[in-house]
Design a protein around this ligand. Structure first.
Ligand SMILES: NC(=O)c1ccc[n+]([C@@H]2O[C@H](COP(=O)([O-])OP(=O)(O)OC[C@H]3O[C@@H](n4cnc5c(N)ncnc54)[C@H](OP(=O)(O)O)[C@@H]3O)[C@@H](O)[C@H]2O)c1
Length: 216
């Protein structure tokens, strides 16, 4: 399976691309400028050698050719990017990880679009794609070091059972990352808004906390 990552030059997309390559997925690492993606892939190769050999740099348009496409672009740009590539994304599984947040003093708050969440807004735009969500609460820094154990749990949401199951298989392929079925896109708002709570906790307690579910 080929996985495209749009905005793979940012900390979240870059780390995710490296983790996916490390477990055997072919990854198209996208950027608005292919040369930026090439630079990032070069840096990853210097750091991780063969473990990232399955990553190919691309522009975002070419990265949309993958079977599963992760939108790891800046949160403000997630919906505009989805809209721009709507035709190329038709028939594909599209993963949103966007937390649209604003900082007010020492807290973060979620900014939700008219459909109630970024995910639902995206699904309304990408009506020919299956939008699923994950990774909202995984700090990018946790992806970055391939030798470091992942500690966060990931809740996946999506309306289509097959797409959600495919996403959970991808998540579970990454060692130590646990995937949980969070239901339909109706529930994606829970992850998008909890990201604001989590970042607020991190600021106020001066920590880098993630989500870990108990009882499993
Ligand atoms: N960082 C985290 O810890 C974290 C954790 C969980 C979820 N997330 C979510 O994951 C996504 C990526 O996070 P990030 O921190 O890696 O993001 P970021 O560094 O802010 O941006 C990622 C990439 O998005 C592209 N980009 C920036 N502005 C754009 C625009 N106007 N249009 C299209 N592309 C644009 C840039 O790539 P090019 O210039 O190469 O195109 C940039 O490198 C966000 O939605 C965020 O909410 C992040």
């Amino acid at each position: 399976m080929k996985i495209g990552v749009l905005g793979a030059t940012g900390p979240a997309g870059r780390g995710l691309a490296a983790r996916l390559s490390d477990v055997g997925y072919d990854v198209l690492a996208g950027s608005r400028e292919r040369v930026k993606a090439e630079q990032v892939v070069k840096e990853l190769e210097t750091e991780w050698g063969d473990r990232v050999s399955r990553i190919t740099p691309a522009n975002n348009q070419a990265a949309c050719d993958a079977d599963v496409v992760v939108l790891a672009v800046h949160a403000d740009a997630a919906l505009a990017t989805a809209k721009y590539f709507a035709d190329q994304l038709a028939g594909k599984i599209v993963v949103s990880m966007a937390n649209h947040l604003v900082r007010n003093g020492t807290e973060f708050n979620a900014v939700l679009p008219p459909h109630g969440s970024i995910a639902k807004e995206m699904q309304a735009m990408l009506w020919r794609s299956e939008v699923v969500t994950a990774f909202h609460l995984v700090p990018a820094a946790e992806f970055a070091n391939l030798d470091e154990k992942m500690e966060s749990d990931v809740v996946a949401c999506g309306n289509d059972d097959t797409a959600r199951t495919t996403l959970m298989e991808i998540i579970r392929a990454i060692p130590d990352l646990r995937a949980f079925d969070g239901g339909s896109l109706e529930n994606a708002v829970g992850m998008e808004t909890f990201a604001a709570v989590l970042l607020t906790i991190n600021i106020r307690h001066k920590v880098r906390a993630g989500l870990r579910l108990s009882g499993f």
